[in-house]
Write a protein that binds this ligand. Structure first.
Ligand code: 13P
Length: 248
């Protein structure tokens, strides 16, 4: 199981370091657990967090598609790797919605991470309109085909998929465990058909979208839900730890 916090555009450096250290302390008190804990923090925090945490794997929230050059404001996979960051979120719906990211660009970013030995949490998810029109699976299939079809089987060792229905992100409205399981099962079947049984079994598929201490347990019990990608609730150490505990 994986529980990953996506801090988004939140916390100053000091606040972020405090949050990480409180999470770290609480995890240590939980004792041995089969849960991998990840924090995807703002770029400004990453170096310090890598050096001050032990039980938390530090990820970025985005990465450039470019290797290097005249691309003002970008941060490359090689730069992240050089400071000990483990991986990056790629294709978050907020990047798609506010920064015009499309499936092709997202595929390039995934390749760039993998070339630099960075892990990827790849996000997919439908809009409310898609769900209402009964197009959820069609949208998911389009997104994952474009992003993942060209990857070879070995590359899936470094890839985690997060299903995040856009209508459930930051809205307080969660997909029911049944709705989430349905899509997770669809993704797992796609992996089986396109990349084989082994990839479909080993690839972890996280659910994201208003996961809270009160609903984590029920979601994580579903057979194809291998953990969560947590936004709002990852900013409160107590809530986040309760979610980690639910996964343990
Ligand atoms: P919330 O948990 O705030 O709904 O955010 C989910 C998310 O976008 C994680 O990447």
């Amino acid at each position: 199981m994986i529980v990953a916090g996506n801090w988004k555009l939140n916390t100053t450096l000091i606040e972020g370091l405090n949050l990480a250290s409180r999470i770290e302390d609480s995890i240590s008190k939980l004792g041995p657990m089969e849960v991998r804990v990840i924090a995807a923090a703002p770029y400004t925090h990453l170096d310090r967090m890598v050096n001050s945490t032990d039980r938390i794997d530090v990820f970025a929230q985005d990465v450039s598609r470019h290797e290097s050059g005249a691309f003002t404001g970008e941060v490359s996979a090689g730069m992240l790797k050089s400071i000990g960051v483990k991986g990056s979120i790629v294709g978050h719906s907020e990047r798609r919605a506010y920064h015009g990211e499309n499936d092709e660009l997202i595929h390039e970013k995934i390749q760039m991470c993998l070339q630099h030995d960075l892990e990827v949490i790849y996000c997919c998810g439908e809009q409310l309109e898609d769900r209402k029109n009964g197009h959820t699976m069609k949208v998911i299939e389009r997104q994952i085909s474009k992003a993942l079809s060209k990857l070879n089987v070995d590359q899936f060792d470094s890839l985690v998929i997060a299903y995040e229905p856009v209508w459930a992100i930051g809205t307080g409205e969660t997909a029911t465990p049944r709705q989430a399981q349905e899509v997770h099962e669809f993704i797992r079947n796609w992996l089986k058909q396109n990349k084989g049984e082994e990839v479909s079994e080993k690839t972890q598929i996280l659910y994201g979208g208003s996961v809270k201490p009160g609903n984590a347990d029920e979601l994580f019990q579903k057979p194809d839900i291998d953990g969560g990608l947590i936004g709002g609730a990852s900013l409160k150490a107590e809530d986040f730890i309760q979610i980690v505990r639910a996964a343990g």
